[in-house]
Design a protein around this ligand. Structure first.
Ligand SMILES: [Zn+2]
Length: 292
């Protein structure tokens, strides 16, 4: 069986991926979602929790309801409100009577929503978790770990019973996270990476996309290094006379699928904003210059 067939067979079925943790893969593969969104079901007793219910698609919802079976669904948790994560929350709540508990809806500002088309405007939580707050059930506890950066409302969820951390889109093994301003914030993202690096109690990460990460702190340390080298690369682009993001991206992301270049440009912008806050660069219009 080749890898693609294997993935095809994984849609819409619950698979045990660790103690207390099952996974249902949604059929929404793309360059941004890898094989699709992974919804996790936590708990093996009277009640369970669902993390990142995913896109609102009948096949996926049916698979979740079947996997929950006779257990009570105690909570529907969302790491953040991108369209591949939270739209099934409302429909799943309607089918199961479970409360939606988790990240905040995105903040609206005077000039409109901070977020772009990737954001789910219909997300309505019954309860918002702050950093460190917990939801618990029969044999499981989930603690919110606030990790803004990919989005301003992003939460990871720790399962102390097993040492698992559900990382949403904050840290994934298959790809770096997209950080797209204005809601995406590189300064916050780097602080959230440092926060995870300090958590020695987490022994496995379950991201929303891609395989589980077995040596998570090693990966996080590598990601911090990767972002630092991107930053240096951007400074070299400016030194080489490329002052606009559109001029920098083809040089910086030569080997990368060109469909991802617009997102890469957003990440470069996020780095430039972070560098500007630190006084390293300045800009006028879309020309970026090194600060004197
Ligand atoms: Zn996302």
């Amino acid at each position: 069986m080749d890898a693609l067939t294997q993935i095809e067979r994984s849609y819409a079925v619950a698979e045990q991926v660790g103690p207390l943790v099952r996974r249902v893969l949604a059929r929404n593969p793309s360059p941004f979602t890898y094989t699709g969104t992974q919804t996790y079901i936590v708990g093996a007793g009277r009640d369970v929790a669902v993390i990142d219910p995913g896109p609102n698609e009948a096949e996926h919802l049916d698979a979740l309801v079947e996997a929950i079976g006779d257990a009570t669904l105690a909570a529907i948790l969302c790491t953040h409100t991108h369209r591949d994560h939270s739209p099934a929350a409302g429909p799943l709540a309607a089918r199961t009577d479970a409360p939606v508990i988790g990240c905040a809806p995105l903040t609206l500002e005077d000039d409109g929503p901070r977020a772009d088309a990737a954001f789910d405007p219909d997300y309505r939580p019954h309860r918002v978790l702050e950093d460190g707050e917990i939801v618990s059930g029969d044999g499981w506890t989930l603690a919110a770990v606030a990790t803004p950066g990919h989005t301003s409302n992003h939460l990871c969820f720790a399962l102390p019973e097993t040492g698992a951390l559900f990382t949403g889109d904050h840290v994934m093994g298959w790809s770096t996270s997209v950080v797209s301003p204005p809601d995406g914030d590189m300064t916050a993202y780097m602080a959230s990476l440092a926060k995870l690096y300090a958590r020695e109690q987490d022994t496995v990460y379950f991201p929303a996309h891609g395989p589980a990460v077995e040596k998570p702190r090693q990966l996080v340390r590598g990601m911090i290094g990767h972002r630092r080298s991107r930053e240096k690369q951007i400074l070299r682009q400016i030194e080489a006379g490329r002052h606009g993001i559109a001029d920098m991206v083809p040089h910086m992301y030569k080997g990368v699928d060109q469909r991802l270049w617009p997102a890469a440009g957003r990440s470069v912008l996020a780095h430039l904003i972070d560098l500007e806050k630190r006084g390293v660069v300045a800009h006028s219009e879309d020309r970026w210059l090194l600060s004197a």
